[in-house]
Design a protein around this ligand. Structure first.
Ligand SMILES: [Zn+2]
Length: 162
């Protein structure tokens, strides 16, 4: 599969998740709108003041709806960041690397995730000092290939020795 097609699949999943979340959220908004009656045509000027408790409830409901939308959006972006760019599976095996006290030797503390099928690594800074830093994705041809080759070599080597 070409890189372009792989990238398209990744963003298609993001769009699909957004659409899947937007439909029920919009339905909830319609439901909320039906709970609060609109202002009648022949209402006096102080109609909003006279119905202030209802206006307050309506505003609180809209605030809650907005917060729910923000939370869902956050979860969608978080989930998208922790997915493999190639096979779209969730990244696994978080490993903490680096150290503040040995920064010159080991680098800054960060968390590394890998795709279980060896498509790449995601490096995320532990502390976002310079604002929100995008995690770094390194794509490898096959992460496990080198490891398997190394273990085959050692097997072959030990057999040869016997
Ligand atoms: Zn993968």
């Amino acid at each position: 599969m070409s890189d372009r097609l792989i990238g398209m699949r990744y963003w298609a999943l993001f769009a699909a998740k957004l659409l899947a979340a937007a439909a029920p959220l919009y339905g909830l908004l319609v439901l909320l709108a039906s709970l609060f009656p609109p202002k009648p045509k022949d209402a006096p000027d102080n109609w909003a003041l006279a119905n202030s408790s209802q206006a307050l409830l309506c505003n609180l409901a809209l605030l809650g709806w907005f917060l729910l939308c923000t939370g869902v959006m956050y979860l969608i972006v978080w989930d998208q960041r922790h997915r493999c760019r190639v096979c779209l599976r969730r990244l696994r095996m978080p490993v903490e690397t680096g150290s503040w006290s040995h920064m010159l030797q080991l680098g800054r503390p960060r968390i590394e995730y890998i795709c279980p099928y060896g498509h790449g690594t995601l490096r995320q800074e532990e502390i976002q000092i310079l604002g929100l830093e995008a995690p770094q994705w390194d794509q490898t041809a096959d992460l496990w290939e080198d490891l398997c080759a190394a273990s085959k070599d050692s097997e072959g080597g030990s057999k040869g020795a016997l």
